[in-house]
Design a protein around this ligand. Structure first.
Ligand code: SF4
Ligand code: SF4
Length: 260
């Protein structure tokens, strides 16, 4: 197949750590097949060679935190037939969305020696808050097998098979003893999106929600259980305010505990 016959893929970065983009490069065994099916047209993490758009598929990592970000994402959307966002930053605002609950000016004064040079928005927001998004893939970082499934599904013009159940289901499937039931360890697994294979409970620690909220999470019931285990309101605020603090279900839960 000649380069021009293949659909083009662009990978874009906004405010993020690069870990989700690296998941694509980490697909060592599958990368040749991906490049056989898609022409990598823009992916600065991998190559300085750039093919001008428009692009068939754009994968976007990172959140919108600057006025320039807010302009650039519209340009990317306009030059992309399909736009897929990957990771907690792009789908929920990331850890940097903690600023949404605080005074960003106070943060810049504390962190930077010359805060006058910093131009930033008061919030960190997901890509979907700015432009239409065709598919969101959760995780911090994402699961590379799920990323490949999303890309292949796009090429085959079908819906990706990415399960929307909770981490608890993955725990049961691998036969891991529940840390919350057996040891009273607080665990966000009952409300967290599957995808990691329940890594943390398999090491005897609670899930801290890096894959973000599952579909229809019952945070109210989970918070009640965590209270039974001894968590106070401030503990519960912190539980929901990590990588996916800006995801609506976790944001609403943390704000409810802050008011309590
Ligand atoms: S350890 Fe956590 S994720 Fe696993 S079953 Fe228990 S509550 Fe669910
Ligand atoms: S924090 Fe939860 S979702 Fe993230 S890797 Fe651990 S078990 Fe999986």
């Amino acid at each position: 197949m000649s380069p021009t016959d293949r659909p083009t893929l662009a990978v874009w970065k906004f405010s993020s750590c690069d870990g989700c983009q690296l998941s694509l490069l980490d697909c060592e065994d599958e990368l040749l097949a991906v490049t056989d099916a898609l022409q990598i047209a823009y992916f600065l993490e991998a190559t300085r060679a750039i093919v001008e758009g428009p692009y068939d598929v754009s994968i976007v990592e990172g959140s919108i935190t600057t006025p320039h970000d807010a302009e650039r994402i519209h340009e990317i959307r306009a030059s992309s037939r399909t736009l897929i966002t990957i990771g907690a930053c792009a789908t929920a605002g990331g850890i940097q969305a903690l600023r949404n609950f605080a005074d960003v000016d106070a943060f810049t004064q504390i962190v930077y020696a010359s805060p006058d040079y910093i131009t930033t928005l008061r919030t960190s927001t997901p890509i979907s808050a700015h432009v239409p998004v065709d598919y969101e893939l959760n995780g911090c970082p994402i699961n590379k097998a799920q990323l490949l499934e999303v890309i292949v599904a796009h090429l085959q013009r079908r819906r990706p098979h990415v399960r929307a159940h909770s981490v608890c289901v993955e725990c049961k499937r691998r036969g891991t003893v529940c840390v919350m039931v057996a040891h009273g360890t607080p665990c966000l697994g009952p409300v967290t999106h599957a995808g990691c294979g329940a890594i943390c409970p398999s090491y005897d620690r609670g899930c801290y929600g890096c894959y973000g909220p599952m579909e229809s999470p019952n945070t109210h019931a989970l918070s009640a259980q965590m209270r039974e285990l001894g968590s106070g309101e401030i503990d519960l605020v912190r539980v929901y305010r990590t990588f996916n603090a800006g995801a609506p279900a976790f944001r609403e839960a943390s704000e409810a505990h802050e008011r309590a």
